[in-house]
Design a protein around this ligand. Structure first.
Ligand code: SIN
Length: 538
């Protein structure tokens, strides 16, 4: 049975940032369910937000982050992000990472929504994530063991401690990996929706795995919809970065009207939830929406990735119009961690989009996600390196207690359709209740309670989709207000009592009955779901 010091599930920027530090002193294995390059980080176009300009300061970046986050952010996490962010980016530059520069050799900082100044470093125009990931993968070459095309199914727990991970490969072979430390860096869950900017297969596996093991989760109702995905008659064709609006592009409908004028004083650079809702409204009235890019000189040079995405989709950019629609982009909630990446289960860590440090509040600020991965990945590695090695058993049963399941599972696209219709940019109690009942007809209580599952990779993926959907829906029902990435049309206002997240988290535990017969979960007003408290009735 393979044994390693640290096993990391996922291959995005947070995973690589942690691995980069850890591999100096530990054996590190990175396991990913598809190929190394299939991550959301690879697709990140806009860039990395960081305080680099001498006229900028961390307080300003902090301010923009918490305003975008609708004051739901965890203060200590935001301070760590913006202060450490500068150091980490400077380190990367010293190591040889090249960000785009102006003619005078200074870094060419771009602007994106809800930033009060130009603060976004980019590389290769709009290929920032790709170039950063390639840079880090190069640094890790021959220092880390990479395992591709193996999907994590469940954590191995021993006396309440996480001591490894069970995976399934393309041929259905189930394997156990024993490790002193397990890091979940599995990314987000945009693939639960019909239209998404996320990489193929980002359907919230990490959340389901952690939930089945009894880890606490937090703030799952907050899903960010990116306002501008390229949308043609053939569907969603990829992201059109907010940096395009940062360079001056406007949003118009097919009558040529710049509708953001009447919506927000920051127009197209208003917070993403505001812009996404305005576009959704236009589309619901039967009007198509376009990004007018005609004022951006040398568009193809500044945005080579977007230019080729558009060309592949048959868009004639000389007309200066790109058809767009919103799509699921980022999950603000996740596996609850402290700023060290520690979860409620000893030996289990989470980092990047799958984690919820509280740094993003209810709505992530543009270009803070690559920064999150870089900063919190590095800091988590330091925490592990400072620990004494604890003893773990390597005498675990090789044959795990895998319970077979018998169920008719829905198709992935049925789940995506239901999530888009009822748990999308706008939600209400009727829709949420309807979709919860729909999910529960398929969702076996076994899968919420925690036993391992036997099935093909595809079946496990669908069960994870159902589980994660159920968790998001349940959280969205509990939050009877609107804030950031959670808009309840039946409760359109934000409530003051939810503004101080810290106090509520500690003092206002409520028992929440999800359903008379299925599960009783303990959820507090921050929507932390403690699955240890879940009682399953048969
Ligand atoms: C974008 O380029 O618009 C996306 C970047 C981000 O989500 O921060």
């Amino acid at each position: 049975m393979p044994f390693t010091d640290v096993v990391i599930i996922g291959s995005g920027i947070a995973a690589l940032s942690a691995a980069k530090q850890l591999c100096k002193h530990k054996n590190v294995m990175i396991i990913t369910k598809s190929r190394l390059e299939d991550s959301n980080s690879m697709l990140a176009q806009g860039g990395v937000a960081a305080v680099i300009d001498q006229h900028d300061d961390w307080q300003d970046h902090y301010h923009d982050t918490i305003v975008a986050g609708c004051f739901h952010n965890k203060d200590s996490a935001v301070k760590q992000l913006v202060k450490d962010g500068t150091i980490r980016i400077q380190n990367l530059i010293e190591e040889g990472m090249i960000f785009d520069q102006k003619e005078d050799g200074t870094i060419d900082l771009g602007k994106e929504g809800a930033h009060n100044r130009n603060r976004i470093l980019h590389a290769g125009g709009d290929a920032t994530g790709k170039l950063l990931v390639e840079f880090m993968l190069h640094q890790l070459k021959e220092k880390v063991t990479f395992v591709e095309q193996e999907m994590a199914i469940d954590l191995i727990l021993e006396n309440g401690q996480c001591s490894g991970i069970t995976t399934i490969d393309l041929h259905g072979i189930v394997k156990n990996y024993i490790a002193r430390h397990v890091i979940l860096a599995t990314g987000g869950c945009g693939g639960l929706y019909e239209v998404t900017s996320n990489a193929e297969g980002m359907t919230g596996d990490g959340l389901s795995i952690a939930f089945r093991a009894g880890a606490e989760l937090s703030d799952l109702e907050f899903i960010q919809f990116h306002p501008t995905l390229l949308y043609t008659a053939n569907g969603n064709k990829g992201l059109i970065s907010e940096a395009v609006r940062g360079e001056g592009a406007t949003l118009i409908n097919d009558q040529g009207y710049r509708f953001m004028e009447g919506v927000h004083q920051q127009f197209e650079l208003a917070p993403r939830d505001v812009v996404a809702r305005a576009i959704q409204y236009e589309r619901s009235q039967g009007r198509n929406v376009y990004l007018d890019i005609s004022m951006i000189p040398h568009f193809d040079k500044r945005f080579p990735t977007i230019t080729s995405i558009c060309e592949e989709a048959g868009i004639d950019l000389s007309k200066g119009l790109i058809p767009v629609a919103p799509g699921a982009h980022f999950m603000m909630g996740g596996i609850k961690t402290n700023t060290k990446g520690e979860t409620s289960i000893p030996g289990l860590y989470a980092v990047g989009e799958v984690a919820c440090t509280g740094v993003h509040g209810a709505n992530r600020l543009a270009s803070n996600s690559l920064l999150e991965g870089i900063v919190f990945g590095h800091n988590l590695a330091q925490v592990i390196l400072e620990q004494h090695n604890q003893t773990i058993s390597s005498h675990l049963n090789t044959v795990r207690d895998i319970k077979p399941f018998k169920a008719d599972l829905p198709e992935k696209n049925e789940i995506q359709k239901m999530m888009t219709t009822y748990v999308g940019i706008e939600r209400d109690l009727n829709g949420l209740t309807f979709v919860k009942n729909w999910v529960e007809q398929y969702l076996s209580p076994h899968w919420l309670k925690g036993p391992l599952i036997k099935g093909t990779k595809e079946e496990v993926a669908v069960i994870n989709m159902l589980t994660t959907s159920w968790l998001i829906i349940t959280s969205a029902i509990v939050r009877t207000e609107s804030r950031g990435g959670h808009f309840r049309s039946d409760y359109p206002m934000s409530l003051d009592k939810w503004q101080n997240n810290e106090i509520i988290r500690h003092n206002n535990q409520v028992m929440f009955t999800v359903d008379q017969s299925l599960v009783r979960s303990e959820i507090n007003e921050s929507n932390q779901i403690n699955s240890n408290a879940a009682t399953v009735f048969y």
